[in-house]
Each structure stands twice: as structure tokens, then as C-alpha cells.
Write a protein that binds this ligand. Sequence first.
Ligand code: FES
Length: 171
Amino acid sequence: MASLKRDEKNQSEILSKKYAGDQKQMLLDCGYSEKAVQYFIEQPYMGSLPDADQISDMLGSCGDTMKIFLKIDDNTISDVRYQVLGCPGAISASMAAVDLVKGKSIEQARNLNDGDVFKQLVDIPVKKHHCIQLAVKTLHKAIDEYRNGHSELKDVKCPSVCSAPQDCCKK
Ligand code: FES
């Protein structure tokens, strides 16, 4: 009986490894770079932060949703997590965005644009570029909402290159 259970466990491990390999190959074939696939599979910043200073969410035009958790210490983004109900593009873009803003000042993080995330991912399919926009807009929204709750930070100038002017200029 014990050996039957062990066989079943081995079988399911083999199948899940095979599925992960198939999934990786499918993504590579679709035009995702190795780096983008790695972000999607490892999902290093997926989850929540119980002591977050800001939690914001955004619904994309495609219907996918992201929630972001920011930990901010002394005007610095010290930690970030995303929860993503979405596609591989959304997951890899949000994970890449964290690597680009963690340890940066709020101003530097607010200057993050879609091109920065695309470079970090190396490549994703053209039809998935809007997923990068969703990751960046979610981050921008969280920073703007954090600043609105901290009036001493409101005077910070709008970045000259802004990928979501409709979000920050409305305020
Ligand atoms: Fe909606 Fe990728 S398809 S974020």
C-alpha cells in the first residue's frame, strides 16, 4: 500500500515537471524570452505584505486584475508584492517591475515606464505589451495614492516622461 502511494507521488511529480517543461517551451515558442519565462515560473514577488504601507489594485481593459503591496521606508520602496489574476505576460511584467523599483526612491519608482519593464523582460509577444502597461499603471496608482495619504510628499513634480498622464494629471 505504501509503495502504491509512493508510486502515485512519483508519477504526479514526473507529470508536474513535464507540464512545467511543456509550459516553458510553449511560452518560448510564443515569443517570451528565457528571462520572461523565468519570472513567470518562479514568481519571486507574488503574494502580499502583511505590513504594507500602501495597497492598491487595478482592473485592466482585458479584464485581468492586479493588486500591489508597497512597503515604504524613508521615501524608499523597501519591498513590493503583486497579486495577479492574469496571463503570463501580466505575471512576468509585474515581477520584473519589482526588480526595477525595489530599493529605489518613490520618485524613481514613479518614473518607471513600460520601456524599462520591456527591457528587463528582454522580450514578450507584441500582443502582450499591454500587460506591461497594467503592471506599471498599478505601481503608479499605488504611489499616487500613497502620496495623497502623505501630504508632505504631494509636491513632488510629475516626471517629464509619464506613461500614464491620465492617472496623475487628473488629481
Ligand atoms: Fe490582461 Fe495580459 S491579457 S494583462
